[in-house]
Design a protein around this ligand. Structure first.
Ligand code: HEM
Ligand code: HEM
Length: 196
């Protein structure tokens, strides 16, 4: 059993686990749901997508609260380096190191507090925040037709476009986490554990 202390506090791990499971539910249900159209109601998978989405909204909120209130965990400047020159330079030099490793067909080693990985994690959180925001606003203002124009149309356009990026993020992020778990010094229990 892994007895090593994790670098992430309980609320971060709880929010991450709930959000990851809810996001997977959202992506899977999106493949099989039938959305309502004028005169026709949607199927059960559509309802699961709606309620799963509202649950994801709750976990996104918890993630942001945990990020703001916590003392243990990745520094906010590492997750969101976009407004600081030195942080941006760190992301750039880490990107070059990753590219150099990849062009030699090597998997870049896992680094605690790596600048590039942390910046991508921050973008992942912003991405799912945009998904739950567009989905939830749509839920409250829609009139049963996702093809309606106006604000409903804009929300669904953003939601459906970003959905493709969520697939890519999930496959890339989860895939790398699993590979590093088996080949390197990252334990999945860093995040997938509910130990207090
Ligand atoms: C789309 C769903 C997911 C999102 C939005 C997401 C988001 C994040 C974020 C924002 C972090 C950084 C947290 C921090 O440093 O405070 C993180 C870390 C992590 N995630 Fe995910 N994640 C998702 C799914 C997954 C899945 C499915 C796995 C496992 C297979 C996973 C494994 C990990 C691990 C192991 C870490 C810790 C990395 C470290 O300690 O440096 N994530 N994730
Ligand atoms: C992490 C959160 C979410 C993810 C990953 C997600 C994912 C998706 C995906 C992949 C699609 C299909 C896109 C397409 O057809 O091209 C979709 C459509 C949709 N989602 Fe979400 N979703 C999320 C949250 C929500 C929430 C919170 C709601 C509302 C409560 C919602 C409501 C909808 C609706 C109404 C559609 C369009 C149905 C149609 O085709 O007419 N989603 N979502």
């Amino acid at each position: 059993m892994d007895t090593k202390e994790t670098r992430h506090n309980f609320f971060t791990r709880l929010a991450h686990m709930g959000l990851a499971l809810a996001t997977i539910t959202q992506l899977v249900t999106s493949l099989i749901f039938v959305a309502p159209s004028p005169g026709k109601s949607g199927n059960i998978w559509y309802e699961i997508h709606e309620y799963g989405g509202l649950t994801a909204f709750g976990f996104v909120l918890l993630f942001w609260l945990a990020l703001t209130a916590r003392r243990l965990g990745t520094a906010p400047g590492l997750l969101f380096p976009w407004f600081s020159g030195p942080s941006l330079r760190a992301v750039w030099s880490d990107t070059k190191a990753h590219l150099a490793a990849v062009t030699r067909f090597r998997l870049p080693p896992f680094e605690e507090h790596g600048a590039l990985a942390s910046a991508v994690h921050g973008l992942g959180l912003l991405l799912v925040t945009a998904m739950v925001a567009t989905g939830t606003i749509y839920y409250f203002i829609n009139t049963g037709n996702s093809d309606a124009g106006g604000l409903v149309g804009v929300l669904m356009f953003v939601h459906k476009t970003l959905a493709n990026v969520v697939w890519a993020y999930l496959i890339g992020h989860a895939g790398l986490a699993v590979i590093h778990h088996f080949t390197d010094n990252l334990r999945l229990t860093e995040m997938w554990s509910l130990k207090p």
